[in-house]
Design a protein around this ligand. Structure first.
Ligand code: FES
Length: 169
């Protein structure tokens, strides 16, 4: 005849009463599910990387160099993105590669000395790319340069041209 119920144990099983917090089994289940989730996510990332194309994005080989008016006469302008010098002389424009023909270092225009110099092993070139001294085996190549229909300079690095070929504007 003891119908007296304790307020804390009303309607609860002994297991419920024992573990108000988390049981060991629940804890291990949670840990296992978490580990499986992380492993599954990792495998999705690896699979995505495996199937995504391994593309190297390089600047376009043909590019616009802007209006001819941007380049004063007797100037050498280094276009860093394209690694090209735009040279404007009285006779016209030409585009010279800034990549040294020795081991591929990027050369620098030295206005005080009026020459292009390679910082790696000391090759020196005239503004038209001809070699002055150093270990570079060849002059700096010239790229085809033309005018677009709307009057901008267009350089094609896929087309190497003779140094005598200039664009008259
Ligand atoms: S890379 Fe230019 S001189 Fe060697």
């Amino acid at each position: 005849m003891s119908d007296i119920k304790h307020p804390s144990s009303a309607g609860e099983t002994p297991a419920e009463q024992r573990g108000k917090g988390i049981t060991r089994r629940d804890f291990l289940n949670e840990v296992t599910l978490g580990a499986l989730g992380i492993a599954g996510l990792g495998s999705v990332v690896v699979t995505y990387q495996y199937f995504s194309p391994n593309v190297l994005f390089e600047p376009a080989m043909t590019f616009r160099a802007g209006s001819p008016d941007l380049y004063p006469e007797n100037s050498v302008s280094f276009l860093q993105d394209q690694q090209v010098y735009i040279v404007r002389m009285a006779e016209g424009f030409y585009a010279v590669s800034a990549v040294c023909t020795h081991l591929g270092c990027i050369t620098q225009w030295k206005p005080d000395a009026a020459m292009i110099a390679c910082p790696c092993h000391g090759s020196k070139f005239r503004r038209d790319g001809t070699k002055i001294e150093g270990p570079a085996p060849r002059p700096l190549p010239h790229f085809a340069i033309s005018l677009t229909a709307d009057g901008e300079l267009l350089v094609d690095k896929l087309q190497v041209v003779k140094p005598t070929q200039v664009l008259k504007v």
